[in-house]
Ligand binder design. Structure first.
Ligand code: NAD
Length: 246
């Protein structure tokens, strides 16, 4: 479904980003993953290549809010692969802090990664996507619909991601660039996997489909949205949450 497409995935070293990298590679894409550390990036690249030694995957560990770093890396990717077709803005951090306990540092950390990085990477990739009529995909969250009971900056940042998605879909439509997001529910990444039974079981009872989502559930959504099957879909926030939002 993505034969010869060139895709960049931020936060691609584990969880949803890693599953998306794997799914895109299985579907013929060349994949560039971004992570935070040289070691985790190298390990993720090696893990993917072990699955299939024909997979074309490389990695970088840029500061996602530094324009000059991202600009240089995008240039390097175009030099290597000749183009960029897909950007998945997936890296993000969550928060459970009560508002009165927020520090300025935590506020900045969340808004920098969850909002500014999405803005910066999207801004800098546009010249490339104009040439390929490419796609921007963002990872939002089900909390971008109803909020949550603590950690206000996490849902606030994901409301912003939805706003960026909807606005850019309109601004970039004249260039044939599509912009969509997925709002995952509770997904079984490392954090959720390690929760005790007493917490997991009541949590599952709140999900109408009766199970926690997998990173692959989200990767399947990204595959669809990245592919030509979604050629008339833009500005959409796709909930993949087993109806947990309600
Ligand atoms: P994860 O913690 O397993 O992975 C996060 C990824 O982001 C890692 O690859 C990490 O390297 C990268 N990252 C973290 N801090 C970074 C930084 N400062 N700079 C650059 N990269 C950084 O998380 P995940 O659950 O796979 O989350 C991925 C996305 O999905 C996030 O945007 C998150 O908000 C969203 N999400 C997750 C869930 C869930 O239940 N897991 C639900 C809704 C939304």
């Amino acid at each position: 479904m993505l034969e010869d497409k060139v895709a960049i995935i931020t936060g691609g070293t584990r969880g949803i980003g890693f599953a998306t990298a794997k799914k895109f590679l299985e579907n013929g894409a060349k994949v560039v993953i971004f992570g935070t550390k040289v070691q985790s990036v190298n390990e993720a690249v090696e893990k993917l290549k072990t699955l299939n030694n024909k997979y074309d995957v490389i990695g970088f560990y840029p500061n996602l809010t530094c324009e000059s770093e991202i600009k240089n890396i995008f240039e390097e990717i175009e030099k290597k692969y000749g183009k960029i077709d897909i950007l998945v803005n997936n890296a993000g951090i969550s928060s459970k802090t009560k508002i009165e306990e927020y520090t300025e540092e935590e506020y900045d950390q969340i808004s920098n990664l969850n909002i500014k990085a999405v803005f910066t990477c999207s801004k800098l990739v546009i010249p490339y996507l104009k040439k390929t009529k490419g796609v921007i995909l963002n990872t939002s969250s089900m909390v971008s619909i109803y909020g949550q009971t603590a950690g206000v900056m996490y849902p606030a940042s994901k409301f912003a991601v939805n706003g960026i998605t909807k606005s850019l879909s309109r601004e970039l439509a004249p260039y044939g660039i599509r912009v969509n997001a997925i709002a995952p529910g509770i997904i079984e990444t490392d954090m959720v996997k390690n929760l005790p039974k007493e917490i997991i079981e009541p949590l599952i009872k709140t999900i109408p489909l009766g199970r926690i989502g997998t990173p692959e559930d989200i990767a399947n959504g990204f595959l669809f949205l990245a592919s030509d099957l979604a050629s008339y879909v833009t500005g959409e926030i796709l909930s993949i949450d087993g109806a947990a939002r309600s």
